[in-house]
Design a protein around this ligand. Structure first.
Ligand code: PLP
Length: 384
């Protein structure tokens, strides 16, 4: 039966994600548009993004926090291009973005001493096999598989290598153990629902040491240059961006950060994500057709919640039929303005991915669930 109530906000896609509750264009009215980002007042706004991010996330005072071009990809590639090559690298991959970083390392940087530690979608590789003498590259939360590393216990405090952590869909959604992490990146378009544009780069003192002592074997584009004359360009970490930022996107990022503070900071953000996942978990428990792609609860992501279809009829469709089924199902949900963009990522197994980041209301997730049952039943009944 067609459910009667629609979610208040049908934006359940994994990025750009839903704007914070109550957001409207009015939030951007104070944006410093048409002005130089290097003038004192606009530069202070950029600095404010850095300071508020540091405070909410509990980033240690001796870590640098900077705003980079090119969203998370820009920030993470800048880190890899700037830091890698000094040691062997363990690349932990368990979904598409980690695979992408491995491709960069092997095919673009052409580093030969890279060990891929790979797990299929829904699982994690054996993290105890990571060698602390080598650099480690990994995603904290695999947005396309709905798997996260459970904690930082597998990272040694006395490691000689650096840990490079892509935390795009983890920052502001789960605690990050800063002393275990030397490089952390994220983008504005994820957990706080900001506009896509810029990436954030966090560097530990050891990462800065590496930057100042290691000269990469390849040419460095201006967009990736963090040092000058062998010294860190400290200005980047005070809001002096490498190139021109969008002050409109800056204003929106600040709006998200202020909202995060107003609801209680990281504990409240984390709780909102966990509640969304909890609502889906209770429904999965009763469901005859849906299951989690990540079978183990302790590695299940509370932001990008990935679901498989466990009905044997679906399994019998084969890969192409399964894709078509999910497309039809998601088409129905979009047509009814109930859920947009919840089809699993193009490289992941066919299924659903429901974003439950901090800006998503749990009540909306709960309202969506009967619609999923309805859309599934409709799509299944159309099979010949
Ligand atoms: C884990 C991860 N890394 C990197 C990216 C790329 O982010 P961006 O498009 O903001 O550069 C994403 C985007 O979803 C992601 O989920």
């Amino acid at each position: 039966m067609l459910p009667t109530v629609r979610p208040g906000n049908p934006n359940f896609g994994s990025g750009p994600t839903a704007k914070r509750p109550g957001w409207s264009l009015a939030a951007l009215e104070g944006a410093l548009l048409g002005r130089s980002h290097r003038a004192a007042v606009p530069k202070a706004r950029l600095g404010e993004v850095i300071d508020r991010s540091r405070t909410i996330l509990g980033i240690p005072a001796d870590y640098r926090v900077g705003i980079l071009p090119g969203s998370d990809t820009g920030a993470f590639e800048c880190a890899m291009w700037s830091l890698l090559g000094a040691r062997g690298i363990d690349v932990v991959t368990f979904e598409s973005f980690g695979e992408g970083w491995l491709t960069d390392i092997e095919k673009q940087l052409k580093l030969t001493d890279a060990r891929a530690m790979t797990a299929p979608y829904g699982e994690l590789p054996d993290l105890s096999a990571v060698d602390p003498a080598r650099d480690t590259v990994f995603c904290w939360n695999g947005t396309t598989s709905g798997v996260r590393v459970p904690d930082g216990g597998w990272i040694r405090d006395d490691r000689a290598g650096l840990t490079l952590c892509d935390a795009t869909s983890a920052a502001f959604a789960m605690p990050l153990p800063w002393p275990k992490l030397d490089v952390v990146t994220w983008s504005w378009q994820k957990v706080l629902g900001g506009e896509a544009q810029h990436g954030m780069l966090v560097l530990s003192p050891r990462a800065v040491e590496r930057l100042e002592s290691h000269r990469p074997a390849w040419p460095m584009p201006k967009l990736f240059r963090l040092t000058k004359g062998g010294k860190l360009m400290e200005g980047i970490f005070k809001g002096e961006t490498i190139n021109t930022p969008s002050m409109l996107a800056v204003e929106d990022a600040l709006d998200g950060l202020r909202w995060a503070e107003s609801i209680g900071g990281l504990p409240a953000l984390t709780e909102r994500c966990e509640r969304g996942l909890g609502a889906i978990a209770a429904w999965v428990e009763r469901s005859e057709w849906a299951g989690f792609l990540a079978k183990r609860a302790e590695i299940r992501s509370p932001t990008s919640v990935c679901l498989s279809i466990v009905d044997p009829t679906f399994a019998a469709l084969g890969a192409t039929g399964q894709q078509a089924f999910v497309e039809d199902m998601c088409g129905l949900l979009a047509e009814h303005r109930v859920a947009y963009d919840i089809q699993s990522y193009r490289d992941a197994p066919a299924g659903l991915r429901i974003w439950c980041g901090a800006t998503v209301e749990t009540a909306d997730v709960e309202t969506l669930l009967p619609w999923l049952d309805w859309a599934y039943a409709q799509t299944r009944s159309r099979l010949a």
